[in-house]
Design a protein around this ligand. Structure first.
Ligand SMILES: [Mg+2]
Length: 202
């Protein structure tokens, strides 16, 4: 069975919007979605390293994560893919401690999936979290993935360059610019409606 890798934050859930609301609540700071031009929240939210660590700890508590809205078109597309026989594997860079609440969110919104994997995508950015329990990037194998859906430019590059995967990169303010050009196997998609017209390719 063909497998599809689906990221969770800002692919299935409106995480950035949830984090902006939290930023406004706890730091009384108003930043527009389009201003989140870096994956590094210290830069995008203008927080010190200690503030980022505290923010991420707060942001990964149940109340914040469970309240995130689904991204329009995402869950409908997963149902369609499942119906077409694809095996859906959610691969998140969240800390493994968020597993129960992550599964609760997926269940609450009726997301069809086979597995939920915690991959150490961003361990270098948040050393305070419990990423030692996450699967190392080096252990992710190509297997028979036919597609990966991501919003992280670095992860898209890694999946295309290292695993030779086709990657659908959902267009976000934080993935538009980078030092290195994106490999040809990374296709930028405006949103899920755009993505479902192009993938998975037969
Ligand atoms: Mg993401």
């Amino acid at each position: 069975m063909q497998r599809i890798y689906v990221d969770m934050d800002d692919v299935l859930c409106e995480t950035a919007h949830g984090f902006l609301a939290l930023l406004s609540r706890i730091h009384d700071r108003s930043i527009e979605y389009e201003e989140i031009v870096s994956f590094d929240l210290g830069r995008s939210f203008d927080l010190t390293r200690d503030e980022v660590d505290a923010f991420m700890e707060r942001a990964h508590r149940d109340d914040v994560l469970l309240d995130l809205d689904p991204i329009p078109g995402s869950i409908e597309t997963l149902h369609e893919w499942k119906h077409r026989g694809y095996r859906l594997e959610i691969v998140t860079g969240r800390p493994p401690s968020s597993e129960p609440i992550s599964r609760a969110w997926l269940d609450r919104h009726g997301v069809p999936y086979e597995t939920l994997t915690f991959l150490a995508k961003y361990a270098h950015l948040h050393p305070a979290s419990d990423f030692e329990r996450a699967k190392p990037l080096s252990e992710l194998s190509r297997d028979d993935y036919c597609l990966a859906v991501e919003d992280s430019r670095d992860m898209a590059r890694f999946l295309a360059d290292t695993l030779a995967l086709d990657v659908a990169l959902l267009d976000r303010p934080w993935n538009r610019n980078g030092e290195e050009p994106l490999p040809g196997q990374v296709v930028r998609c405006r949103d899920w409606d755009d993505l479902r017209l192009r993938f998975p390719q037969p």
